[in-house]
Design a protein around this ligand. Structure first.
Ligand code: ZN
Ligand code: ZN
Length: 169
């Protein structure tokens, strides 16, 4: 989502607020394992700091995914602040190369979805659990052990399997 910043590029110190609602695709997060149930709300203040556009604000959204142990749906809400800088295209070369979180802008527009995307992706954990105490599925019969025990006998091999499952998922 491109934001025209010609107005605040006139003078250093000028600011403007942006309030946007992006779809997961517009935000560049459409290819994750999460199903975004809400648009990505972006609220930011853009400030011209001598030609560098500082974008400070937060993203908010909600998504559904699955518990890594019992596969039940898990719903997560995200509200994540961000504080990023956009520098004019070409002005980065040779300088500030140690700066990891800097985006380039060109044609007097910044792509606010870059900052929003990275803020959301940073906030999504590698795996989700429906609860820290999720008992998982029985590796023998597949019963959801959160709903009660089954009659399967867990042999040592199964216990090892559980450890591996925790490790890989
Ligand atoms: Zn679970
Ligand atoms: Zn069982």
């Amino acid at each position: 989502m491109l934001i025209d910043v010609r107005d605040i590029l006139k003078f250093g110190g000028l600011t403007k607020r942006v309030e946007l609602s992006l779809s997961a695709e517009e935000c560049g997060i459409g290819d994750t394992d999460c199903v975004f149930k809400e648009p990505v709300q972006v609220s930011a203040e853009l400030t011209n700091i001598n030609g560098i556009i500082r974008a400070k604000g937060f993203v908010r959204t909600g998504y559904e995914t699955f518990c890594a142990r019992c596969l039940k749906p898990v719903y997560c809400s995200i509200e994540k602040p961000f504080d990023e800088e956009y520098v004019g295209a070409g002005s980065l070369r040779g300088t500030r190369s140690d700066e990891a979180e800097v985006y380039e802008y060109s044609d007097k527009e910044i792509d606010i979805s870059l900052a929003a995307r990275d803020a959301v992706l940073l906030e999504i954990p590698i795996r989700h659990l429906c609860g820290e105490d999720c008992k998982s599925l029985c590796p023998v019969c597949g019963k959801d052990l959160n709903e009660g025990d089954c009659d399967c006998e867990l042999r040592p091999a199964d216990a090892r399997f559980e450890v591996l499952k925790d490790y890989y998922l």
